[in-house]
Design a protein around this ligand. Sequence first.
Ligand SMILES: NC(=O)C1=CN([C@@H]2O[C@H](COP(=O)(O)OP(=O)(O)OC[C@H]3O[C@@H](n4cnc5c(N)ncnc54)[C@H](O)[C@@H]3O)[C@@H](O)[C@H]2O)C=CC1
Ligand SMILES: O=C([O-])CC(=O)C(=O)O
Length: 330
Amino acid sequence: MSKAPVRVAVTGAAGQIGYSLLFRIASGEMLGKDQPVILQLLDLPQAQKAVKGVMMELEDCAFPLLAGMIATDDPNVAFKDAQVALLVGARPRGPGMERKDLLTENAKIFTVQGAAIGQYAAPDCKVLVVGNPCNTNAYIAMKTAEKYGRVPAKNFTGMLRLDHNRALSQLAAKSGRAVSSLKSLVVWGNHSPTMYADYRFVTSNGDAVKSLINDEAWNRDVFLPTVGKRGAAIIEARGLSSAASAANAAIDHIRDWVLGSNGEWVTMGVPSDGSYGIPEGIIYGFPVTTENGEYKIIQGLDIDAFSRERMTNTLNELLEEREGVKDLLG
Ligand SMILES: NC(=O)C1=CN([C@@H]2O[C@H](COP(=O)(O)OP(=O)(O)OC[C@H]3O[C@@H](n4cnc5c(N)ncnc54)[C@H](O)[C@@H]3O)[C@@H](O)[C@H]2O)C=CC1
Ligand SMILES: O=C([O-])CC(=O)C(=O)O
């Protein structure tokens, strides 16, 4: 018997990430090749015509798994009974801006959407915030939804997977090992240049990649800045922020969360439970494994002085961002 469709809400459906994301969700790449989906597409009133155009193209693909679609400018409709919610819609940054410069402009979106999720989404809805600054936006949505006591705080996550994937590719190129052979990478903290891509535990076919590379200056002076500033480099090159790679990371994040990571570590921005001294509730990039629709933070990793300094630096930025939105959360 075929499975019941899963309702997937996607915001910013008319945007560039939306255009790279929706077709892959509808083709089964996110929730599995046997899982029908209903797409619930949210965008602003002025973007509804463009959303209709995207829906026409989705129709024209005749995806066997696409069991239905709606378009709306009303968050309460878009999130109704959603089991997965991808919060993409927000203003992207342009050249010369940092992601946190978007905070005041985008933050309000996430109080409204957090309230809609808190009231109308399925109680086990898995929420991924992509719109920047994504950690703090996820925090805002989580705190707002919390007031309704339905969707648990642990279900609100932010996207560090693009940073994780970027770091994997850089490590593969430097070590000469296949990207698929690399295990146990972590990206700690905020999705911003302060993030700490920690390659100390990475192995490739049983070999320690740090020893293979054997170049601490490369880690500090090339690897960390390249990964941290990759979003800006793409804006500089394309004139637009990354879209297909961001959509790909969103698919990876939700797929692993729902279908499991088979014991592999992946990076998710999740509300801290106090692990590694990160204050509870802060949405912070942690290494996790996922199984049966739940994530578990990897415990007991050794944190050396260099790592602690980096982890504190990115935490301090998140604390500052939290301070900046406290009035919104009342
Ligand atoms: N976390 C990550 O790794 C990444 C995050 N991003 C972020 O994703 C966001 C979207 O990027 P793009 O798709 O390139 O932008 P875009 O400008 O192409 O599309 C954004 C869409 O969101 C819609 N929108 C704006 N406010 C909305 C609201 N209140 N409700 C529903 N829809 C709304 C717009 O009408 C537009 O259709 C940006 O904030 C960008 O910075 C981008 C790349 C990676
Ligand atoms: O850099 C940006 O503004 C878009 C983004 O988050 C990324 O590409 O990592």
